[in-house]
Design a protein. Structure first.
Length: 458
């Protein structure tokens, strides 16, 4: 008999979480203006809002915290992090930042100017926000298969090369500062990008003289899918695959709160010393001196250790198997999802779940509210609220995919929690026709509104 799957870790410490009543949750979500970001953590039973900074660090990472060098300049922790980034990812120059969006802010302050065009594969919210804040435009070149949740495709995160080349030939090249490759492609459902696609994008970039920047938050999960799905990589280690992936990038931004499994931290990796020096000016202004950049020494130590652990097959296998476990449990209830399942989250297809709720009533946010009311499970909307308004016309943008994301923190919950979530969402699916109306916006910020939006149920 084949042995069943078992996690590659054991639990050393636990944290108590509290259940609540439906009546309590009704009151709490109303007080939160129907924005799940406004809920207090103790009002949530299973928190799948994000996998960013919410994972459980290992014993070795906790040990590294105690060895942190908190010197303002030239700390040994900086050099430990520098070595890990160069050895594992292949970037000789880097700037630490306090998280991924800070890395984008520093890098884009050098590269992105008003009127520029930034093509890529489904830029995530902070990426698009930083681009549009600078009065530039993000153009999505993701393959069409990504927007059909029923279609089977191993690498739905891929860039459509014809779409990309059309952008590169339609605008002056001096107006295109970079091509952004998001690995994995979060907005399309945590979908991976193939090595072949990374290679071909790199070749196209050389043809037109445009740099390639990887948004690398879940690069290790991307490498795992390449190993599992792409011909020629089954016998290669995750670290070897990672090294090849980043050979096709000129620079990278990293939210280390994902695949480096830390609670806070990020960085920018560079291969070009001149670009590194230009970005260092903004790094000092926005984040701190170049050898700490908004991070404590202890966090840099934990990050360096996390990069090593996060690029080991067993760590990734445990993590991605749990995501698939939740997806397979939801399939038993008929819940429509983006398939194949992503690495860090299950993405529920709300257009198929609540087809009777019009897009103007934000069905994904409506479903996220219903899941919280059902069982105290917090998810996040990846739909029209997150897509924000067009920066020129100020009209709502309605994306092809209207999703809720169930993002699973690393090494945090058991499969019993996943079953709890599956039954909760299954219950909502069973009563979906009883959900008659959605929500409307009362107050919103001019950009990246989803974090602070105030809503009202219709």
């Amino acid at each position: 008999m084949q042995l069943p799957f078992a996690e590659s870790f054991k639990i050393k410490m636990v944290e108590t979480i509290q259940k609540s009543t439906c009546q309590e949750r009704e009151q709490w979500i109303k007080e939160a203006k129907y924005n799940l970001f406004n809920l207090k953590s103790e009002q949530v039973f299973v928190d799948l809002l994000t996998d960013s900074g919410t994972g459980a660090m290992s014993d070795k990472q906790w040990s590294e915290l105690m060895l942190g060098d908190e010197s303002y300049a030239g700390a040994s922790s900086y050099y430990k992090m520098k070595k890990a980034i160069n050895d594992i990812l292949g970037f000789p120059y880097f700037l630490p930042t306090h998280q991924g969006r800070a890395a984008e802010n520093v890098l884009f302050s050098v590269l992105v100017k008003e009127g520029m065009i930034v093509p890529g594969n489904s830029h995530f919210d902070t990426t698009k926000g930083h681009i549009e804040f600078r009065k530039a435009k993000a153009i999505d070149c993701t393959i069409d298969a990504a927007f059909d949740t029923n279609q089977r495709h191993d690498f739905k995160g891929n860039v459509d090369l014809e779409k990309l080349e059309k952008v590169l030939t339609s605008y002056p090249l001096e107006k295109i500062p970079m091509i952004i490759m998001t690995i994995t492609n979060n907005s399309a459902g945590g979908q991976p990008v193939s090595m072949q696609n990374l290679r071909e994008v790199h070749e196209l970039s050389r043809k037109y003289g445009v740099r390639v920047v990887f948004d690398s938050a879940r690069f290790a999960e991307n490498a795992y899918f390449i190993k599992q799905r792409e011909a020629g990589y089954a016998d290669k280690s995750i670290k070897a695959i990672v090294k090849e992936m980043f050979s096709y990038a000129d620079a990278m931004t990293m939210s280390s709160k994902k695949d480096a499994i830390v609670n806070m931290g990020g960085f920018i990796g560079f291969k070009d010393e001149d670009l590194f020096k230009q970005a260092s000016v903004f790094g000092i202004i926005f984040e701190g001196f170049v050898t700490y950049g908004g991070m404590s020494g202890r966090d840099m130590n934990a990050l360096a250790q996390g990069l090593d652990e996060g690029t080991e097959f067993d760590t990734l296998d445990s993590r991605i198997q749990q995501t698939a476990y939740l997806g397979n449990q939801l399939k038993k209830f008929g819940v429509p999802m983006q398939e194949p399942f992503g690495g860090h989250a299950i993405f529920v297809d709300v257009k198929r779940f609540l087809p009777h709720i019009p897009k103007e009533e934000f069905p994904a946010q409506t479903l996220a509210i219903e899941l919280y009311l059902e069982a105290g499970v917090r998810a996040v909307e990846i739909g029209a609220i997150l897509a924000d308004r067009d920066p020129v016309t100020r009209e709502n943008r309605y994306p092809d995919l209207e999703l809720i994301r169930l993002a699973i923190p690393r090494r945090t919950y058991t499969n019993n929690h996943m079953e709890y979530v599956a039954v909760a969402l299954g219950n909502v699916f069973e009563r979906r026709n009883e959900i008659k109306r959605g929500v409307k916006i009362l107050k919103e910020a001019p950009i990246m509104r989803h974090f602070t939006v105030e809503l009202e149920r219709l």
